[in-house]
Design a binder for this molecule. Structure first.
Ligand SMILES: NC(=O)c1ccc[n+]([C@@H]2O[C@H](COP(=O)([O-])OP(=O)(O)OC[C@H]3O[C@@H](n4cnc5c(N)ncnc54)[C@H](OP(=O)(O)O)[C@@H]3O)[C@@H](O)[C@H]2O)c1
Length: 332
């Protein structure tokens, strides 16, 4: 069956759709004929998305809301059902991060980051699952992060939230076995979204993603792929994706070495900003649309880094193998 036919007419709620991954995923899903209900706090931004989707021939309902407010979540689900009569897909995307050393982060920042980035996913799934059960079908698609498995300095609360969200998603998958309801995850690398233009920081320097940074469309295409074939954990990038996960298994000290020494510097530009609260508690006007101010890393740079990393891993493994042989000889 052609891709478009498979998703044509399905109904999706996309959270965090006023910018970044959520925005671009909504656009890509609408191209496949998916009817949208989009939510986030910034109504004007969502209205711009609606216009873009409708201009391209799609359907889009805007229901603003805050993922930390239970009544807002219930209202989004209610209005989506009132308009379309069903929900087939929940794209859990809304997230915030806050930059700072763990012990210097205000406690409210830590709580809020977990509340939005982790509990927001759980709240939406909790509200949608009864409808999925009644329908005997449905799909919870979670926008995870490479930090759902790994870690980065200055992002401890966010890392905790993302690890917890992946753990929850795994448990949910087990519970829903045989129900016709599927759970998918996309392990997102650093992507060129506005997240870094409105995230709060304890430093007076602009936060930037751990390189390399990918085009946000890479993630949106992975979302469509999961929507077509649910029940998978998709790793869309190679270098900051499949290769890194493999490296973490065979030579975990490489990542720890790099990030413990250079991870802080990597995530700050010299450009001054003063953004202690950013978009954490209140939405800010900055950062609408799919793309942010940090451009994707050119492909040739990603290839060079991947080749370097692979050579390093090869060297480490080769060295370990030789060491093991030597040890075996001595022991013999
Ligand atoms: N960018 C990356 O490098 C990267 C890497 C790995 C994973 N991710 C994941 O991708 C997802 C989207 O991030 P992004 O990069 O697209 O960032 P983004 O552009 O900042 O998008 C975050 C979205 O969440 C919404 N949001 C924030 N707080 C909210 C709240 N309390 N209630 C409702 N909506 C709220 C924001 O809209 P409003 O302000 O209008 O509410 C915005 O639409 C997140 O789950 C993030 O963890 C991103």
């Amino acid at each position: 069956m052609a891709r478009r036919e498979q998703l044509e007419g399905k109904v999706a709620i996309v959270t965090g759709a006023s910018s970044g991954v959520g925005w671009q995923s909504a656009v890509r899903l609408a191209e496949q004929g998916v009817r949208l209900c989009v939510t986030a706090r910034r109504r004007e931004a969502l209205e711009s998305l609606r216009k873009e989707v409708e201009d391209a021939g799609g359907e889009c309902l805007v229901v603003p809301g805050d993922v930390t407010v239970g009544e807002d979540v219930d209202r989004v689900v209610r209005e989506c059902l009132a308009r379309y009569g069903r929900i087939d897909l929940l794209v859990n995307d809304a997230g915030v991060q806050t930059y700072g050393y763990f012990d210097q982060l205000p406690w409210e920042h830590i709580q809020r980051t977990v509340d939005v980035t982790c509990l927001g996913f759980l709240r939406f799934a909790h509200a949608v699952l009864p409808h999925f059960r009644a329908q005997g079908s449905g799909h919870v698609l979670n926008i995870q992060s490479m930090l759902s498995k790994g870690a980065a300095p200055l992002l401890s609360a966010y890392t905790a939230a993302k690890h917890a969200t992946l753990g929850w998603a795994k448990a949910l998958t087990l519970e829903l076995h045989g129900t016709g309801i599927q759970v998918s995850n996309v392990l997102v690398p650093s992507v060129s979204t506005p997240m870094f233009d409105h995230a709060p920081t304890q430093f007076d320097k602009k936060p930037v993603p751990v390189p390399p940074t990918y085009d946000v469309d890479l993630v949106a295409r992975a979302v469509v792929k999961c929507a077509l074939r649910p029940g998978r954990t998709e790793v869309p990038a190679f270098l900051q994706g499949k290769l890194m996960l493999w490296m973490d298994r065979v030579a975990p000290f490489v990542g720890s070495f790099v990030l413990s020494r250079y991870g802080v510097r990597m995530q700050m530009e010299q450009q001054p900003v003063h953004r202690p609260e950013g978009n954490l508690f209140q939405p800010v006007p900055e950062g609408v649309g799919a793309y942010g101010s940090v451009p994707p890393t050119p492909r040739w740079k990603r290839f060079t880094a991947a080749a370097g990393l692979a050579a390093l891993a090869g060297g480490v493994l080769g060295g370990a193998a030789l060491g093991a042989r030597g040890l075996a000889r001595v022991v013999r």
